[in-house]
Each structure stands twice: as structure tokens, then as C-alpha cells.
Write a protein that binds this ligand. Structure first.
Ligand SMILES: *[C@@H]1O[C@H](CO)[C@@H](O)[C@H](O)[C@H]1NC(C)=O
Ligand SMILES: *[C@@H]1O[C@H](CO)[C@@H](O)[C@H](O)[C@H]1NC(C)=O
Ligand SMILES: *[C@@H]1O[C@H](CO)[C@@H](O)[C@H](O)[C@H]1NC(C)=O
Ligand SMILES: *[C@@H]1O[C@H](CO)[C@@H](O)[C@H](O)[C@H]1NC(C)=O
Ligand SMILES: *[C@@H]1O[C@H](CO)[C@@H](O)[C@H](O)[C@H]1NC(C)=O
Ligand SMILES: *[C@@H]1O[C@H](CO)[C@@H](O)[C@H](O)[C@H]1NC(C)=O
Ligand SMILES: *[C@@H]1O[C@H](CO)[C@@H](O)[C@H](O)[C@H]1NC(C)=O
Ligand SMILES: *[C@@H]1O[C@H](CO)[C@@H](O)[C@H](O)[C@H]1NC(C)=O
Ligand SMILES: *[C@@H]1O[C@H](CO)[C@@H](O)[C@H](O)[C@H]1NC(C)=O
Ligand SMILES: *[C@@H]1O[C@H](CO)[C@@H](O)[C@H](O)[C@H]1NC(C)=O
Length: 442
């Protein structure tokens, strides 16, 4: 909540700077000018393409009375594609009850000032949401193409409660992801609120050169059926991606780097209630090669979470973690990963590295070391306190063999448990005892 006020204040401020002496002009500007969100302070290293000014505007109509507005949305987008701006009006709720394939977008802005609410027809969405194959993921819509900006201060509402309730009865239902960025090359997604996603909030796949900035994520179940797997972002087969200046209140990974996520910067996030900023899980699919490299995670506030920094890799042998989560035996590499500056509060582990994900039998895990190598990892400048859960342990560094884990550096991590201790569990991580207090070993 606090963040929304801050965002509103910043928006106000930027408008004021744009037109300091012309108030009426400033009001108009607020609804029509594209906000600027450069990658800052870190940048993944590749140039982000320019996005030319849009020259026409199309306003999306609405049927009202809870009727499906998809036809109006498609109509406006088609009309304004190739150089225009599509406006979803303020104080208006648009209902989407049809899966929208928006992968044809080109040089277009979606100025979402109102609310877009996805219908609660779970049968329809299970049949028609876009299948993204990886981990059985499906999305309400898929947004892709080239040079697309999304902004406006509005809301996308996934109507999650019906899904949380259904999932409690059947874990095999396919719950759509709220925001599917699929095959997008060049774009800034900013200044929107994402609410009540049925599962992950963002899936970014087959995409390059995309910045996410000032995204506000929140939504929980109102009853005992939990909102499960509500990751903030999952990146997959994507490169040159920035996720920054956002507030995430969720119940699973705040950000997760799935297979083939490269050249990624995540910075200035406030995460609450999550499973941390996670590499993986990787190596889930036998024989497949998963690569995650060149990732910089900077200035994260992590509260009420299972982890701060986390790298999770499946062992070299397949196993079943639970009915809908099983795997192991994959190949590949995690390399050049930096976690720089994190403030933790009430997190179970400040740092967790495992190559035995999904396997409770460590003996078995060490017998079949992971075929997915972890190397060149820097974790530095962490402060704060952990939760009671593993007190006095504050961190967990366990690989399946020293031969598949190298150059892992822990530096200036000053984190204590509620009892004031700073013990770590270490196993098969070369040099660990020189960097942290390894009091338990596996
Ligand atoms: C689904 O939404 C409709 C309105 O669009 C509402 O009448 C109905 O009660 C909702 N069903 C559930 C299960 O929430
Ligand atoms: C990404 O691109 C590949 C290759 O074109 C395609 O097979 C796949 O379905 C696309 N989508 C995702 C989510 O991987
Ligand atoms: C995908 O769904 C199938 C069928 O429900 C299930 O057997 C499998 O475990 C699921 N896979 C994943 C990775 O969730
Ligand atoms: C760190 O992120 C917070 C928002 O979570 C922001 O207020 C602060 O300015 C950032 N600090 C730096 C040094 O970038
Ligand atoms: C953090 O999450 C907890 C629930 O897990 C909630 O009670 C609290 O209000 C959240 N904090 C903020 C600042 O939103
Ligand atoms: C990931 O990249 C590796 C190496 O280029 C490739 O072998 C593998 O098929 C890719 N995986 C996916 C899911 O795209
Ligand atoms: C490591 O990743 C950072 C970005 O996080 C990048 O700037 C740097 O060039 C990468 N190093 C190598 C050797 O690729
Ligand atoms: C952590 O959760 C508690 C309650 O569960 C809440 O009071 C607190 O505000 C949360 N911390 C942050 C920083 O959100
Ligand atoms: C764990 O794995 C080892 C080695 O394969 C095996 O001997 C042992 O029985 C397993 N323990 C359990 C509890 O399954
Ligand atoms: C290990 O613990 C001792 C005693 O609590 C402390 O003095 C020392 O700084 C710790 N070392 C590290 C690397 O945290």
C-alpha cells in the first residue's frame, strides 16, 4: 500500500517536472505521456531498442454489465497497432472472457488506466488458456511482437479466488498465469497493478530486451485455501531482461530464473511473503540442458520469506517431490550470478544453495551428483535477521559433489538468527568454511 502512495507521488512529481508552470496541460499529460523507465542503476549490458513516439489513439469500448469485452479490445488494438496508443479508460472495468493472442503487436502502447478483469469461468480457461508447455504453464493472454509498451496505472485482476478454491480440490487443474509476455522483443511494462493471479503473476518466455518497472503485485486467498505458486516473475528462454522498482506481496518465488535465462538484472524490489529470488529449479527434465548465466540481483528488501538468495538444482537422478512436481537428471550450467545487497527480515535462510532439490535422501543425492554445474556465484552485502525456523542456522550451502560446484563466494553477509547466531549448513561447497561458520555439515 505504502508503495502505491509512493508511486502516485512519483508520478505526480514527474508530471510536475514535465510541465512545471502549466497545470491544465500537466493533467492532460498524465493520461497520455509514456513514462520513462531506464534500467537503473544496473544494466544487463545490451542496448534496449528505441521506441518511436505513437501518433494515433484508440480508446477501448466496453459492453458493461459484466459482458466479455474481448472483441472491443482486439478491435482497438488492431486499429492502433503499428504506431498507436490503445487506451483502457480510467474508472472502467473491462471483462475478458476470451483467451487473447496478442503476439502480433508492433510499435504499440497499451495505456491501461482502468481495470481488466479475467472471467471466473474455470472450465473455459482450462480449455482455452495458452499452453506454454514448460511446467504445464498456461496464460490468460500472450503479449508479444516488437516494441510494445504497457503502462497507465491501471489493474489486471486474475479473479484468483475461484482458482485457489478449485486447486484445493484438485492439484492437477491448470491455473492460468495472469500476464504472459511471450515472444516480446523490445518493450517496457510499467506502472500497473497485478492482482489475484491464479498462479504465477508473470511468465516471460522467448523474449528479449524487456524492462519491467514499477509493478505492484498483491493478492491472497480470503479463506483457508492458499494462493499457491504465485511467483512474481518467471523468466524462461529470455535474455536482456530487467525487473526493477517493484513491490511484490506473494506466496512463492519473488523472481525466478527458469531454464535459459541470460543477461538479467533484478533491482530495487521489495518482496514480502515469498520464497526469495531464485535461480531454478533447474535440471528437472532428464537429458535437457538448462542455462542460467549473467544475472545481477541488486538492492532487494526480503521479508517474511523462506529464502533470500536461492539456487535450486535437481539431483542427477529422477524423483517425485510431490504429485505435480517431479524430476531430476537434467544437464547444464548456472554461472556468473551475483546477489549484491539484500536486507532480510524474518527469512528462514538468508542464502540457500542446493543441488538436491526434490530429493529428501541426501545419501542418494550424493551418490548421483547433479549433472548441472554451479559456478562463479557471488553473494555479498547482506544484512538482517532470519526467522526462528532453523535458528541458529542462517544459511544452507549444499552441493551434491565438490566437482560440480566451484567458485562460490560469500562475502560481507552479516545476518544473524533471532538467538544472535550465524551458523551455516555446508556440504560439498569448496572453501565454504573459510567464508562462513559451517557448524553443521551434510
Ligand atoms: C462468477 O462471476 C459471475 C459474474 O460475472 C458471478 O455472478 C458468479 O457468482 C461468479 N462465480 C463464482 C463462483 O464466483
Ligand atoms: C518459444 O519458442 C520455441 C521455438 O520456436 C517454441 O517451440 C515454444 O513453444 C515457444 N514458447 C515457449 C513458452 O517456450
Ligand atoms: C503436468 O501435468 C501432468 C498431468 O496432470 C502431470 O502428470 C505432470 O506431473 C505435470 N507436470 C508438471 C511439471 O507439473
Ligand atoms: C533500494 O531500493 C529501494 C526500494 O526498495 C529504494 O528506495 C532505494 O533508493 C534503493 N537504493 C539504492 C541505493 O538504489
Ligand atoms: C507482508 O505479508 C504479510 C502476510 O504474509 C502481511 O500481513 C503484511 O501486511 C505484508 N506487509 C506489507 C507491507 O504489505
Ligand atoms: C537452452 O539452451 C541450451 C544451450 O543452447 C539448449 O541446448 C537447450 O535446448 C535450451 N533449452 C530450452 C528449453 O530452450
Ligand atoms: C557477468 O554478468 C554481468 C551481468 O550480471 C556482466 O556484466 C558480465 O559481463 C558477465 N561476465 C561475463 C564474464 O560474462
Ligand atoms: C512481515 O509480516 C508481518 C506479519 O505477518 C507484518 O506485520 C510485517 O509488516 C511484514 N513485514 C514486511 C516488511 O512487510
Ligand atoms: C537413501 O539412499 C541410499 C543410497 O541409495 C539407500 O541405501 C537408502 O536406503 C536410502 N534411504 C531411504 C530412507 O530411502
Ligand atoms: C563466526 O562466528 C564467530 C563467533 O560467533 C564470529 O566471531 C565470526 O565473525 C563468524 N564468522 C563469520 C564469517 O561470520
Amino acid at each position: 500500500m505504502r508503495f502505491s502512495y509512493l508511486a502516485a507521488a512519483l508520478l505526480e512529481a514527474s508530471v510536475a517536472f514535465a510541465a512545471p508552470s502549466q497545470e491544465s496541460h500537466a493533467l492532460e499529460e498524465r493520461s497520455s505521456s509514456r513514462p520513462k523507465h531506464p534500467a537503473h542503476p544496473f544494466h544487463p549490458g545490451h542496448h534496449f531498442p528505441d521506441s518511436p513516439k505513437r501518433t494515433k489513439t484508440c480508446t477501448v469500448k466496453t459492453h458493461g454489465k459484466g459482458k466479455d469485452d474481448s472483441n472491443y479490445i482486439l478491435e482497438a488494438i488492431k486499429k492502433c497497432n503499428n504506431g498507436g496508443r490503445v487506451v483502457f479508460s480510467k474508472k472502467t472495468t473491462y471483462v475478458v472472457a476470451t483467451a487473447l493472442d496478442l503476439t502480433f503487436l508492433k510499435h504499440v502502447d497499451l495505456d491501461i488506466q482502468g481495470t481488466i478483469k479475467f472471467s471466473n469461468d474455470t472450465d473455459y480457461w482450462q480449455k482455452n488458456a495458452f499452453k506454454q508447455i514448460y511446467q504445464n504453464a498456461t496464460t490468460f493472454f500472450q503479449l508479444g511482437g516488437t516494441d510494445v509498451n504497457v503502462y497507465g496505472g491501471g489493474t489486471l485482476d486474475g479473479n484468483g479466488q475461484v482458482w485457489y478454491d478449485l486447486y484445493a480440490k484438485d492439484i492437477y487443474i491448470l491455473r492460468p498465469i495472469l500476464f504472459g509476455t511471450i515472444g516480446l522483443h523490445g518493450g517496457v511494462i510499467s506502472d500497473i497493478k497485478l492482482r489475484y493471479s491464479p498462479q504465477w503473476y508473470n511468465f516471460v518466455a522467448n523474449s528479449t530486451n524487456v524492462v519491467f518497472s514499477n509493478i505492484d503485485i498483491e493478492g491472497d486467498s480470503i479463506n483457508a485455501n492458499p494462493a499457491k505458486n504465485t511467483d512474481g516473475w518467471d523468466t524462461y528462454r529470455s535474455s536482456n531482461i530487467v525487473i526493477q522498482n517493484s513491490h511484490i506481496n506473494n506466496g512463492d518465488d519473488c523472481v525466478s530464473f527458469k531454464p535459459n535465462s541470460t543477461d538479467i538484472v533484478v533491482q530495487n524490489l521489495i518482496c514480502n511473503g515469498s520464497h526469495g529470488i531464485s535461480v531454478g529449479s533447474l535440471g528437472q527434465y532428464k537429458g535437457q540442458v538448462d542455462i542460467v548465466k549473467n544475472v545481477y540481483v541488486y538492492n532487494i528488501s526480503m521479508s517474511n520469506a523462506s529464502d533470500g538468495a536461492r539456487i535450486k538444482v535437481w539431483p542427477g537422478i529422477s524423483s517425485a517431490f510431490s504429485g505435480d512436481l517431479q524430476g531430476g537428471g537434467g544437464l547444464g550450467q548456472v554461472s556468473n550470478i551475483t546477489y549484491d545487497t539484500m536486507q532480510v527480515s524474518n527469512v528462514d535462510y538468508a542464502v540457500e544453495i542446493t543441488q538436491c532439490y526434490g530429493q529428501k535422501n541426501l545419501t542418494l543425492c550424493n551418490q548421483y551428483p547433479s549433472s548441472l554445474v554451479i559456478k562463479d556465484v557471488v553473494i555479498k552485502h547482506f544484512r538482517g535477521t532470519t526467522s526462528k525456523k532453523y535458528d541458529p542456522i542462517v544459511g544452507y550451502l549444499v552441493c551434491s559433489s565438490p566437482s560440480v560446484c566451484s567458485n562460490i563466494l560469500i562475502e560481507d553477509v552479516v545476518v544473524t538468527s533471532p538467538k544472535g547466531m550465524n551458523s551455516w549448513t555446508c556440504g560439498n561447497v569448496p572453501g565454504a568454511s573459510g567464508m562462513v561458520n559451517c557448524t553443521t555439515s551434510t
